[in-house]
Ligand binder design. Structure first.
Ligand code: TYD
Ligand code: MG
Length: 451
């Protein structure tokens, strides 16, 4: 009997070790090394009969011919945009996200809406569970075949029988290949099954969409190398208690990573949100103090987001500071700037900050809206609903310019805002606009203009 070969893999970062140790020397995590059997056989093609073309002769860049870019369009425009125009034949797309966020729902919905033949392979749910989900989505497309299987060799056999145009795998952590003796979800299995899927995709020019679980730090579970192997890495995120979901691309070999898709989770599946600004601004009757609208940019997409602040006297000794959807350290910094540079006494006050819609905003252009909302709550004086803000705050209390200001101004104008407050140093196109552009350079100025 051949000797069984084993090695130790760190389950966190995927590094390989010949011996067990308590701590991974690569990522410094404790107790993550697990022994896995690696047994290799010579023939590990997804299909033995595929002839191989020799494409490995060097060519000058000018000599290389590119095929006209063909992309398979999904019926889902948000996904098409994020991918840069549709699915590229032969590409492998990895979709990560928290449990229960809607990864399976998104891919099943896309599979059901496709006009191409799709094979949806699930290792997580039974065919009847998927049927129930499809009923919720109210779609019964007969072009979409459902298979419950976890062994890659069986999946490839079914592929040969059904010849799909697109393959969907839910999820990579449930797959295993016969050539390796480790259990599904281990580093060596994930690496090997992904390699098989990539080989299949490249040789048949079939796009493959793969769901990946994420670990507690929020990155895709399994080896980091997984993200290097695939062509596109998408992340599906959102707050599970809110209905909005954002699809972001972290890596894209065929397009930009600046695009993002927005969805709303309804009882009947995911709805594409093509005009997100309208839903992120809460409906209210009267002018309320403590709210301000920021003209932010998520990727390439302008988004008008409402910021709400509540400033009240601290009842107990230490004042509380809390922020949802905004970095707490940045809030503390902004409060310090207000105190030191503009003389607002907020040291003994509780400050709560909330971004509506459960969205986390990292765009610094939201700062000016944050300051305005805090001041408005502190003064108990409302900011008119048709004002919006787009500028960053510096440590010296200066109001700094932000990028792509024209896009922000246009979006605000389109949504009917009457005034936009920006930095004096921001250069913008002086078109004939219906919106009034107010340039400010210091916090005191904005205070004088608003209250
Ligand atoms: P799911 O796609 O199973 O998440 P993942 O694959 O990322 O783990 O999504 C499950 C959640 O979505 C579940 O809490 C119910 C909700 N849901 C809806 O709100 N509407 C729907 O139409 C469907 C199918 C699911
Ligand atoms: Mg799932």
């Amino acid at each position: 009997m051949a000797k069984v070969k084993t090695t130790f893999f760190c389950q966190n970062c995927g590094t390989q070790f010949p011996k067990w140790a308590g701590k991974c020397t690569s990522c410094n995590e404790w107790n993550t090394l697990v022994e896995e059997i690696v047994q290799k056989e010579e023939k590990r093609n997804w299909k033995q009969s595929t002839p191989k073309k020799n494409t490995n002769t060097p060519l000058a860049v000018s000599e290389i011919e590119i095929d006209k870019e063909i992309r398979l369009h999904t019926q889902n425009n948000e996904l098409n945009n994020v991918l840069g125009g549709g699915l590229v034949p032969g590409s492998v797309i990895l979709l990560g996200g928290e449990p229960g966020i809607g990864k399976s729902t998104l891919l099943l919905q896309i599979a059901l809406e496709m006009q191409h033949r799709v094979l949806y392979v699930s290792g997580e749910e039974s065919q009847s569970q998927i049927k129930m989900r499809a009923e919720r989505l109210q779609n019964n497309n007969s072009n979409c075949l459902i298979l419950t299987e976890t062994k890659t060799q069986n999946i490839f056999k079914n592929i040969e029988a059904t010849n799909p145009d697109v393959l969907v795998i839910d999820s990579i952590q449930t797959l295993y290949t016969d050539y390796i003796d480790a259990s599904p979800g281990t580093v060596s299995q994930i690496k090997e099954t992904t390699a098989e899927l990539i080989k299949f995709a490249k040789e048949t020019a079939t796009p493959v969409l793969v769901i990946g679980h994420i670990n507690k730090e929020g990155s895709i579970a399994g080896p980091k190398i997984l993200e290097h192997m695939v062509d596109v890495v998408l992340q599906f995120e959102g707050d599970r208690n809110h209905t909005y979901r954002i699809l972001r691309s972290q890596k894209n070999r065929f397009g930009s990573t600046a695009e993002l898709g927005i969805y709303e989770m309804l009882g009947t599946g995911l709805r594409e949100v093509s005009n997100p600004s309208e839903i992120l601004i809460s409906e209210k009757d009267a002018d309320l103090s403590g709210t301000a609208v920021a003209a932010t940019l998520e990727g390439m997409r302008p988004l008008m987001i409402e910021v709400q602040a509540l400033v009240s006297s601290a009842v107990y000794g230490t004042p509380q500071r809390s922020a949802t959807g905004y970095n707490l350290k940045r809030l503390n910094m902004i409060l310090a700037v207000l105190e030191k540079r503009a003389g607002f006494r907020l040291g003994a006050k509780d400050v709560f900050l909330n971004i509506t819609g459960g969205i986390h905003v990292a765009d610094p252009a939201i700062d000016l809206a944050v300051i305005s909302a805090i001041l408005s709550s502190n003064e108990d004086d409302a900011i008119p609903q048709n004002y919006t803000f787009a500028a960053e705050i510096g440590l010296a209390g200066e109001i700094r310019p932000v990028n792509k200001i024209d896009q922000r101004i246009s979006e605000a104008e389109k949504l009917g805002f009457e005034k936009i407050f920006i930095s004096k140093f921001n250069k913008f196109k002086k078109d004939n606009r219906a919106i009034e552009i107010v340039c400010v350079s210091k916090i005191e100025e904005i205070y004088a203009l608003l209250f």
